[in-house]
Write a protein of this length. Structure first.
Length: 324
């Protein structure tokens, strides 16, 4: 009978990380414990005795059968050693606001830029956890275009740009502290219906505050209801209140179990930016991040991986625990 393995603590700092994962042997031992938390069982002969062999990144059971420690992970079939991958994952998950492929290549001493880029791309693709909890309560949704302006293209005709659907969870609370708006308590002063209105109150009085909660983003082929609404159902819990603009792709959300609040859009989009402030602020920050960290050099076929990375960072911006 297999015995559960002792739990391994995550590194709390760079020095902790270096102490824990400075050798391939240490990385292999960590992978072994993570992959087999309840004890090793050989998939070929059911032997419960196995030992990691760091040099080849495998586990060998007592009967001589071998299982790759990298199989089923982003490291599968990679020639890079475990220490390089571990340091890559640490840089990827802890550096703010991120790291470009060129910086990544230099930091890890990787010879070819293409190798560094592919490693980063694989790590980005792994940032979205399957079965993650759906957004709930109240959500703003809109679409945006990622890419440069194209002359003669207006509205939702995307041309060569990528169309991205964005959903931002709204977190509301009553602040009784008497403090003015701070880093985590952005207060919006909007003239509108109760759902989006902040009331001016005297200093010290309770005030309603809100901020962005979790986000979800996806590259989509078009903005039709056949595309948007299944995506909404996959990321937002039934019964949630959903704020959108007047695009007909959102018509019928009530029939899918949501409370749909419509915001009409002016021709220049100014009113929508005012009435859907969180999603528009997120999009603005996303574009700035792509331009600043990655120099805007993001191809459409790779964009979803970058969205995964930005979502990962945004959803953990208040999290003080280790990301690795």
């Amino acid at each position: 009978m297999t015995q559960p393995l002792p739990k391994i603590d995550s590194p709390r700092s760079l020095l902790d990380f270096v102490r824990m994962f400075s050798t391939n042997e240490a990385c292999a031992e960590y992978l072994f414990r993570v992959r087999y938390p309840n004890g090793f069982v050989c998939p070929k002969c059911s032997s419960n005795k196995g030992w990691p062999i760091a040099l080849r990144s495998i586990v060998e059971c007592s009967n001589g059968h071998q299982v790759s420690l990298k199989s089923g992970t982003v490291m599968h079939r990679s020639r890079q050693d475990l220490t390089t991958w571990f340091f890559a994952a640490y840089l990827m998950s802890t550096l703010t606001p991120g790291i470009s492929a060129l910086q990544f290549q230099k930091q890890l001493g990787i010879k070819r830029y293409e190798t560094a880029f592919n490693m980063l791309h694989k790590l980005r693709s792994a940032l979205v956890a399957p079965g993650r909890e759906k957004l709930k309560s109240e959500v703003e949704i809109d679409e945006c275009y990622i890419g440069g302006p194209e002359e003669g293209r207006t509205g939702r005709s995307k041309g060569e740009k990528s169309l991205v659907a964005v959903a931002v969870e709204i977190v509301r609370w009553i602040d009784t502290s008497g403090r003015k708006s701070g880093r985590h308590t952005t207060q919006y002063d909007l003239e509108g219906p109760p759902e989006h209105q902040e009331r001016s109150q005297a200093d010290g009085d309770p005030v309603s505050r809100w901020r962005a909660g979790r986000v979800r983003m996806a590259v989509i082929p078009d903005a039709s209801s056949d595309t948007l609404q299944p995506w909404i159902e996959s990321i937002i819990a039934k019964g949630a209140k959903i704020h959108t603009d007047g695009w007909n792709g959102y018509n019928g959300l009530e029939n899918r179990g949501y409370c749909h609040i419509l915001t009409l859009q002016s021709h220049n989009g100014h009113k929508t930016g005012k009435w859907l402030p969180l999603v528009h602020l997120l999009v603005s920050n996303l574009k700035r991040w792509l331009t600043g960290t990655h120099k805007g050099a993001v191809r459409s076929k790779h964009l979803q991986a970058y969205l995964n990375e930005y979502t990962f960072r945004f959803n953990r911006r208040f999290w003080r625990g280790p990301a690795f």
